[in-house]
Design a protein around this ligand. Structure first.
Ligand code: SF4
Ligand code: SF4
Length: 84
């Protein structure tokens, strides 16, 4: 049971100057929707999972989080209301 819980909580967090991009690899199916939508080319696919390549360029536009069909990516930062 504890292994299942640990797997559910597995997250990969990238941070830069108060900004956080959280990936939940278990949910990501590598569809590339977020990669193609990101206007700043922050995201890349590696080994069939999304990966944060250039967090310093992220503008917290939220497109990736809003459009991911699997809730596999979350943005938090100064620009996001209630999450700063
Ligand atoms: S849109 Fe979601 S499921 Fe698709 S690659 Fe991005 S994070 Fe993964
Ligand atoms: S919040 Fe916007 S700029 Fe940042 S990674 Fe997502 S789509 Fe790209």
């Amino acid at each position: 049971m504890s292994a299942v819980k640990a797997l559910k909580e597995e997250r990969v967090v990238a941070e830069h100057e108060g900004r956080q991009i959280t990936i939940i690899p278990r949910y990501c199916k590598g569809c590339e929707i977020c990669v193609k939508l990101c206007p700043q080319s922050v995201l890349e696919i590696k080994d069939f999972k999304v990966h944060v390549a250039r967090i310093q360029d992220c503008t917290e536009c939220m497109l990736c989080e809003i459009r991911c069909p699997d809730f596999a990516i979350e943005i938090a930062g100064k620009g996001k209301k209630g999450k700063s």
